[in-house]
Design a protein. Structure first.
Length: 143
């Protein structure tokens, strides 16, 4: 069976630290896959916030997630702090990708825990339609 292999960007424009909460831990004693998606969501919200955006207010519309790829590399545990790095790229008329690199400290080194990508679409929640990204949004998010 073939496996997904996600290639991450060489550099990331934003990073934040997110602590692992006890509610992130599953019955296996480590962070569950659903909590990894929640950590990615938190990183995305903080990434957008630096530009004054909210997921429902990015330029003239909001964002909706079209797809997600998550590549699990290593376990996370309660008490770990995740360094979440984020970069937006691959812009088209109405969509773009956001890449995520989740790392944690292991001794003196940061080790990769998760590589992920979300496909985001500019969306008008009132009309329930996909809309175009503005040049301003593309310019800000691609920095």
């Amino acid at each position: 069976m073939s496996r997904i292999k996600l290639e991450l960007p060489a550099d990331f424009s934003f990073s934040t630290n997110i602590p692992v909460r006890i509610s992130d831990i599953n019955y296996g004693g480590h962070v569950g896959n659903d909590s990894i998606l929640a950590l990615i969501h938190e990183a995305r919200v903080q990434f957008l916030d630096q530009f004054g955006y909210k997921e429902l207010q990015v330029g003239i519309g909001g964002l909706i997630m079209k797809d997600v790829i998550i590549e699990f590399r290593r376990e996370l545990f309660y008490g770990d702090t995740v360094k979440a790095s984020v970069k937006a790229q691959d812009f088209s008329t109405s969509s773009f990708n956001i890449y995520y690199k989740l790392e944690t400290q292991s001794g003196a080194n940061l080790v990769l825990v998760t590589a992920a990508r979300t496909g985001m679409v500019c969306y008008d929640y009132q009309s329930k339609k996909i809309i175009q990204l503005t040049d301003e949004v593309k310019s800000k998010l691609s920095t």
